[in-house]
Design a protein around this ligand. Structure first.
Ligand code: FES
Length: 107
């Protein structure tokens, strides 16, 4: 099963298995990782699943869609060049080893 490393704002890391086809957001919630709120349940309507993607992985992710791009303007922590919404990143075997950083706050 592919693994994702979630790096907290304080630098601590947790690496968990995230089933292919499951979103990076759901992987965090399932594993009980703090720092993802996901208030809309993955409908790309809340921007509380914001993550900063490790630069090495940016080109491997699915392309940013218009709605996600718009929602990223409403994140609690300022959007960066590597910002994505984790509910819009579906895990694949090719993403095994993905590293994302969690912002200081989602609300
Ligand atoms: S869970 Fe709401 S936008 Fe991702």
């Amino acid at each position: 099963m592919p693994k994702v490393t979630y790096r907290s704002h304080d630098g601590s890391e947790q690496t968990v298995d995230v089933k292919a086809g499951t979103s990076v957001m759901l992987g965090a919630l399932t594993a009980g990782i703090d720092g993802i709120e996901a208030e809309c349940g993955g409908s790309c309507m809340c921007a509380t699943c914001h993550v900063f993607v490790d630069d090495a992985w940016l080109d491997k992710l699915p392309k940013l869609q218009v709605l996600e791009d718009e929602m990223l303007e409403d994140t609690a922590c300022e959007r960066q060049a590597n910002s994505r919404l984790s509910c819009q990143i579906d895990m694949t075997d090719d993403l095994d080893g993905l590293v994302v950083e969690l912002p200081e706050t989602q609300i």
